[in-house]
Design a protein around this ligand. Structure first.
Ligand SMILES: CC(C)(COP(=O)(O)OP(=O)(O)OC[C@H]1O[C@@H](n2cnc3c(N)ncnc32)[C@H](O)[C@@H]1OP(=O)(O)O)[C@@H](O)C(=O)NCCC(=O)NCCS
Length: 187
């Protein structure tokens, strides 16, 4: 009889830079995004949109397709057993902004609720840092809502330094929510 160990059932996780959609990639990415937004509830999570409820599927699809056409943006996705369950974006300053051409911003980092706790968020962050270093960028910036404890703990464990806080960072249901601003020097 075959002796199955816990390792046999561990999902295969993988992160990659996405330049086009194949198979069910686009649907899986929209699905991951919808589930992340639904999980945040009135806590609101936005990817490109500031809506409490996920926008209609066609708008989500247009968003992701359009994103791949923006030269300053790089999209990474994380897969579990081949299914896209997470993503992150690097945004570089436009060519006209030469004075800040050394700095990139990391945005829209999320893992669908069903895929959390397997290390995808960490792998995505690592991929972003490696890409920025390869592109000779010197610092990586990010901002995050002050209540996102899991994300804050992750970013600080990666060596991001908090340099600022804004009380009126976002507005949800008529109330202001604070946000934190971080940066990391890249080697
Ligand atoms: C934050 C988020 C991306 C983490 O995804 P994940 O796949 O569970 O994270 P990973 O398994 O790769 O990494 C786990 C690390 O994140 C942190 N973390 C994850 N969940 C946590 C929790 N509930 N409490 C505290 N820290 C947590 C820890 O540093 C942890 O490292 P450890 O396992 O060594 O302790 C995910 O919870 C998410 O998408 N949240 C909603 C969207 C969001 O907040 N995005 C970030 C700001 S835009």
């Amino acid at each position: 009889m075959q002796n199955n160990t816990k390792k046999d059932f561990e999902p295969k996780i993988k992160v990659e830079k996405l330049t086009g959609f194949k198979g069910s990639d686009l649907e899986d990415l929209c699905d991951a995004m919808e589930k992340t937004i639904a999980d945040a509830g009135t806590g609101l999570f936005s990817v490109g949109f500031n809506w409490v409820e996920a926008p209609p599927r066609e708008k989500l699809e247009s968003y992701w397709k359009g994103l791949l056409l923006v030269p300053e943006r790089t999209l990474f996705v994380g897969r579990i057993d081949g299914v896209i369950a997470s993503s992150i974006q690097i945004i570089k300053p436009p060519p006209s902004n030469q004075a800040q051409s050394f700095a990139a911003t990391m945005r829209e980092h999320f893992v669908a609720p069903w895929a959390r706790g397997h290390g995808l968020a960490k792998l995505l962050l690592k991929a972003v840092e490696e890409e920025c270093v390869a592109q000779k960028l010197k610092i990586l910036k990010l901002e995050v809502r002050a209540s996102r404890d899991a994300a804050i703990s992750l970013y600080e464990s990666f060596g991001f330094k908090r340099w600022g806080m804004l009380d009126k960072y976002e507005m949800v249901g008529g109330n202001y929510i604070a946000g934190y601003f971080y940066y990391k020097d890249l080697l």
